[in-house]
Design a protein. Structure first.
Length: 481
């Protein structure tokens, strides 16, 4: 996997939501359906109690996503080993190769409810790195989405769908709750369309990603250290009319998070705007409109700063000291030529500064998000004009290199200006001669352009957000009264 996780200080970053729903006792009957949150269990597709050896699979078992039908396990020479023990399926990692035990059941499906019980064994690791047990789904290419357990709790994710390729895993939620070794845990995995819900002993996480909606080929168990599964049931998933209500209940239980913003005057806050620009507002000043009350926005952007001067003046360390969960980074305007010692080379120092921001943020457990510099409202021959392209391109290169989320605010704002034209976007400016900054109404629109792509760019923020289009409409209606 190409996405690195830490289960220590960053735990809260990936936590989408948790709420307690009624948990059922151990299920031994195929007719005993689990308590669900997003779906209802329909037709039974699979019931396995591991009371007898499993029949051999049909088709090629060369790879876990090779299209076989039936059970595939104990195939990898360097992999771990599975055994049947008193109605349980026990997986033991190969300590010599530090390779987990993997077992898959191949069949075609898309929307399902998976229920089982999982136990992490209280045995010495004997050279193995960690304890954990995962329930994954795969398509014909690679992994799709997973529930992952370890002694500190559960996480859910959209998986790395191409291993060596450009795709990466995307965290969708994390729940910190101790899992006792040697005790059975009840797990329910719901998939419907592009949404998933993972429930551990009645506490649920939810997330959304387009890949989750793919046609799937297998369910896989992955055992690190040593663990067991029993009472596996899989049903066709049907829609649940209470899902919107249940999702709101999940959102109501969200833990508070902190979002920091760093950048220049287009982002900064202006509690006392100048008399000649009384409506002067940075998009960071109104960014909080798009989030629930449990999100604290710390706007630490400062007018006139570049990626270099923000560091040189010692403004970065106080941001890190706050230990925000997320840090949004927008620079470029004051990095351009003609800005004196603030100027940076987009192919050199500018990228180095971005790398420092990203690396430093990750060291303290924060999730960095790059935001390309907002376009200036400048026109030539009726079309929008920009000189920021080298810095925009540099940000994209660094985002790809560092596997960091990026919001292309420059492209979105440039497109908006170009489509609407100069006169129709005049209200964005705080004064007739200011083509870089915003009125409050303009700032709300620019903040919307930052917020709108976040559910896809940073899925872990999905439940923390209000609908961007609705917020923008409500604000404009209020201003027109």
């Amino acid at each position: 996997m190409k996405f690195a996780y830490s289960w220590g200080s960053v735990a809260v970053l990936f936590l989408i939501a948790q709420v307690t729903f009624a948990s059922k006792p151990s299920r031994t009957s195929a007719d005993d359906k689990p308590a669900t949150v997003m779906t209802t269990a329909g037709r039974l597709l699979l019931a396995e109690d591991f009371s007898a050896p499993l029949p051999p699979p049909q088709g090629s078992v060369a790879r876990f996503a090779s299209g076989f039908k039936g059970w595939r396990f104990n195939v990898e020479q360097r992999g771990g080993h599975w055994d049947f023990v008193d109605g349980t399926f026990r997986g033991t990692e190969n300590a010599d190769h530090q390779h987990p035990a993997t077992a898959s059941i191949g069949f075609d499906f898309q929307n399902v409810v998976i229920a089982c019980e999982v136990r992490l064994h209280d045995v010495p690791l004997n050279g193995r790195k960690s304890r954990g047990f995962s329930i994954r789904t795969t398509d014909s290419k690679d992994y799709v989405c997973s529930i992952m357990l370890n002694p500190t709790g559960m996480r859910i994710q959209k998986d790395d769908n191409d291993h060596a390729g450009p795709d990466t895993a995307v965290p969708l939620g994390q729940l910190k709750t101790p899992i006792s070794l040697g005790e059975w845990q009840t797990v329910v995995f719901e998939i419907l369309g592009d949404e998933m819900v993972g429930t551990l002993n009645g506490q649920s996480l939810t997330g959304r990603h387009p890949l989750i909606a793919s046609e799937k080929k297998s369910i896989m168990f992955v055992s690190n250290g040593e663990g067991s599964v029993r009472h596996l049931r899989v049903w066709e998933a049907l829609s649940n009319g209470d899902w919107n209500k249940n999702k709101e209940a999940l959102a109501a239980k969200l833990p508070p998070i902190k979002v920091a913003l760093i950048g220049d005057s287009t982002v900064a806050s202006y509690p006392k705007p100048p008399a000649h620009r009384p409506t002067l507002t940075g998009w960071g000043q109104v960014f909080g409109l798009y989030f629930r009350d449990c999100v604290e926005i710390k706007n630490q952007a400062v007018s006139g700063r570049s990626s270099k001067s923000f560091l040189k003046e010692g403004r970065w360390e106080p941001v890190l000291a706050e230990k925000p969960n997320y840090i949004f980074i927008q620079f470029g305007h004051n990095d351009q030529p003609g800005k004196g010692d603030r100027t940076t080379d987009p192919n050199g120092e500018f990228q180095d500064n971005l790398r420092k921001y990203i690396d430093d943020a990750r060291k303290i457990g924060s999730v960095p998000v790059l935001v390309t510099p907002v376009a200036r409202r400048v026109f030539e021959n009726g079309h929008a004009l920009t000189t920021l392209t080298p810095y925009v391109d540099a940000m994209h290169r660094v985002a790809k290199e560092k596997s960091v989320a990026i919001v292309d605010l420059h492209a979105a704002s440039f497109r908006l200006y170009d489509e609407k034209g100069d006169e129709a976007t005049a209200y964005f400016s705080p004064s007739a001669d200011d083509r870089s900054h915003f009125s409050r109404r303009g700032a709300i629109e620019i903040a919307r352009l930052v917020a709108s792509p976040l559910p896809a760019a940073v899925p872990a923020l999905q439940l923390y957000m209000h609908h961007p289009e609705k917020v923008s409409q409500e604000q404009n209606e209020f201003k027109s009264r």
